[in-house]
Write a protein that binds this ligand. Structure first.
Ligand code: OAD
Length: 228
């Protein structure tokens, strides 16, 4: 049976594809206020502002391609059972070829009904005021905003518990509950964290830090793991 690799990713893995991270200098949260564009209260206050923010993100995403870090993780499937748990709302893991991807924070290329949560649609264009679900309710971005539940955690936690190898790439690990996933790994599981910046490393056993950009660090680690 193939060993199970679980990878937790954040905005940093898509940075070299041209998508801004949130908290680096010049990141998205310097330009916008979280409470304005990524909270239920912001949506109630100004739907147009929120739609514009995600419409812009979606247009940008449609111009982007997966980078070497995304494609390397897909190649790892040759030898391992790989599950990606991503905080990213882009589809670059899928475009890179990964087949098992959980989006903890939703997906930019989907829209969902504001009144019927289960009505979710593939969506490539802008979402406008007046775009509705089949039951007539306004559509919103299919994004988990601050203060909202993260239902995909229920799928993610058991995967992390089963991991034989655990890899974290390009996340500041400050947003919960996603950041707490590292605590579900077992003691003996080898763990790697890949990030080009110095950061406060999580206090978990058997952790190695690869202080590189995703394209370099993931490529390196995947090559090592494919050799084992
Ligand atoms: P952050 O912007 O908080 O963190 C990005 C991380 O990527 C930092 O640790 C950077 O050092 C690192 N990084 C930068 N360039 C990189 C590169 N080329 N290769 C690898 N790493 C690099 O982004 P997240 O941790 O993903 O949620 O943020 C978590 C959540 O907060 C997001 O999902 C989003 C945000 O608010 C919502 O909007 C709900």
């Amino acid at each position: 049976m193939k060993k199970k690799v679980v990878v937790l990713t954040g905005a940093g893995i898509s940075a070299e594809s041209g998508l801004k991270t949130f908290r680096d200098s010049n990141g998205l949260w310097e330009e916008y206020r979280i409470e304005d564009v990524a909270s239920p209260e912001g949506w109630q206050r100004n739907k147009k502002l929120v739609l514009d923010f995600y419409n812009q993100r979606r247009r940008q995403l449609l111009e982007c391609k997966p980078n070497r870090a995304h494609t390397a993780l897909a190649e790892l499937e040759q030898k391992y059972d790989v599950s990606i748990i991503t905080q990213n709302v882009d589809n670059l893991h899928e475009l890179g070829g990964s087949t098992q991807v959980i989006h903890l924070h939703g997906e930019l290329l989907k829209a969902r009904s504001t009144e019927h949560e289960d009505l979710v649609y593939d969506w490539q264009k802008d979402i406008a005021i007046g775009d509705t679900c089949e039951k007539g309710a306004q559509l919103r971005p299919h994004i988990v905003w601050f203060g909202e539940a993260v239902p995909k955690m229920d799928e993610a936690i058991p995967l992390v518990r089963q991991a034989d190898i655990f890899i974290v790439v390009g996340t500041s690990l400050v947003v919960y509950p996603a950041a707490g996933l590292v605590n579900y790994t077992s003691y003996e599981t080898p763990k790697w964290l890949i990030d080009p910046n110095d950061m406060a490393l999580p206090r978990i056993p058997n952790l190695k830090f690869i202080n590189e950009k995703a394209t370099i660090g993931v490529d390196y680690l995947v090559k090592q793991l494919l050799k084992e």
